[in-house]
Design a protein around this ligand. Structure first.
Ligand SMILES: *Cc1c(COP(=O)(O)O)cnc(C)c1O
Length: 434
């Protein structure tokens, strides 16, 4: 097409669509796009600019319309459980379970032995009981849902005692006092921001007390003049007054990671109900797991909110796949989050050196983080390949997008959160971005 300088040079929609490069495209889709390209071209000409080749614009927009919005990205930030980047990457075994269960029909709510209706909550029960020592378990959409359901089922219209040092906000507006209010329970605050003792809880217990709630401090720590009762002390108070103790563990690492309490430890210390996330240090899909006394779990299961908060079959399949790997130390490191967490820094540095060789960057020592509100103070020694600062944006806009950290005038590509195969993809992305 010759240069477009006046409105009279613009083709009709039909003539634009007659271009052979658009012949194979679905008519309805190109029609809408061609109209908007022509509309924009009209505006450009009126503003005294040349709109450029119209068919190319239509093809660009077609490609854009077909590209999915939710895409795989390469995480070069060194934050393992990065909430903005989808938290835990799933283990291959979990993905295989998703394909198998999601690609066809399943016994999601069907009891194969009896040939009658079953419960979706039965599939993961025995795995979770074995991993945590609990009497019973329930899986919902996420840990926020688990906390909400526990409070609604056990404390609606009654009082919940919480330490002032644990009235936390996790991020994206999840605040313990708000969730408590939504559940229909009344908050009774005890202690101070930095110090709460078992006796503070004890004094607050009255005829209207439904439960004691303990909340993992997640993304912050109080250091210095601070005190929190041990879980076992609190359990003792709860037992004496015959009220349940509920422990929101947040991350919930199944095996020891730093000083993160495990669900098994929490229950052994006398907690009645413990809940945790599926996609933080557990390393699986987004889910909320509640484990503990069978009678309490059953009350959660029968509550009307359970139907609205339950996990779907793909989540259950992925969680079952992840939990199976967590059962034994030999398979545990097939869970990507745990592998990244435990990998010796020399191996991370070897990847950074390979990347630096491939793109002509420099290796730099860095500190990786767990993220996801777990172990906020933990520093994982790591290594990055440093490249030019101005590459950060084109890397983010590339395909696949690479998310890096800009610091001191350079773009750092942290290799703790990149796999061996992803190093080659990042190298290709850096070359494309230059
Ligand atoms: C992360 C977290 C939650 C929320 O869990 P989601 O799975 O993200 O819904 C609740 N409580 C604590 C203490 C947490 O750390």
């Amino acid at each position: 097409m010759p240069g477009l300088r006046s409105l009279r040079d613009l083709p009709s929609v039909d003539r634009l669509l007659a271009d052979e490069r658009l012949a194979e495209e679905p008519h309805d889709l190109v029609l809408v796009i061609a109209r908007s390209v022509l509309e924009r071209a009209r505006e450009e000409i009126k503003a005294g600019r040349e709109p450029g080749p119209l068919v190319d614009s239509v093809l660009d927009e077609l490609a854009h319309a077909r590209r999915p919005s939710l895409r795989r990205v390469l995480n070069a930030t060194g934050v393992l459980v990065h909430t903005n980047l989808g938290r835990a990457p799933l283990p291959a075994a979990a993905l295989a379970r998703v394909l198998e269960v999601g690609g066809g029909y399943s016994n999601l709510e069907y009891d194969l032995e009896r040939g009658e209706r079953g419960s979706r909550q039965n599939h993961l029960g025995s795995l979770l009981r074995r991993l945590t020592g609990a009497e019973a378990a329930l899986v919902v959409n996420n840990n926020a849902a688990a906390v909400l359901l526990a409070l609604a089922a056990l404390a609606e219209g009654r009082e919940v005692v919480v330490s002032r040092g644990e009235l936390i906000e996790i991020g994206d507006g999840f605040r313990i006092p708000d969730v408590l209010a939504r559940s229909g329970a009344r908050l009774v605050e005890v202690g101070t921001t930095n110090r709460t003792r078992a006796a503070d809880y004890e004094r607050a217990i009255g005829p209207d007390t439904a439960l004691l709630l303990r909340v993992h401090q997640s993304n912050f720590r109080v250091v210095g003049f601070s005190e929190r009762p041990r879980v076992s002390e609190l359990a003792e108070v709860a037992r004496r007054h015959r009220v349940p103790l509920v422990d929101d563990l947040g991350s919930g690492a199944l095996a020891r990671v730093g000083d993160e309490p495990t669900p098994a430890e929490s229950l052994r210390a006398g907690v009645d109900l413990t809940c945790f996330s599926g996609d933080k240090l557990l390393g699986g899909p987004q889910a909320g797991v509640v484990v503990g006394r069978a009678k309490l779990v059953e009350r959660l299961r029968r509550h009307p909110l359970q139907r609205a908060l339950r996990a779907d079959k793909l989540t259950l399949a992925a969680l079952e796949g992840t939990l199976s790997l967590a059962l034994s130390p030999e398979t545990r490191d097939q869970i990507p989050v745990l592998r990244m967490l435990h990998e010796p820094v020399e191996r991370v540095r070897a990847r950074a050196e390979r990347l630096a060789d491939l793109v002509g960057g420099e290796v730099e020592e860095t500190v990786a983080r767990v993220g996801g509100g777990a172990l906020p103070l933990a520093q994982l020694p790591s290594a990055a390949c440093a490249v030019e600062e101005q590459l950060a944006e084109p890397l983010r806009l590339g395909s696949p997008p690479v998310i890096a950290v800009v610091r001191d005038g350079r773009t750092l590509l942290d290799c703790r959160t990149l796999t061996e195969a992803e190093i080659d993809e990042v190298a290709a992305a850096v070359r494309a971005a230059r």
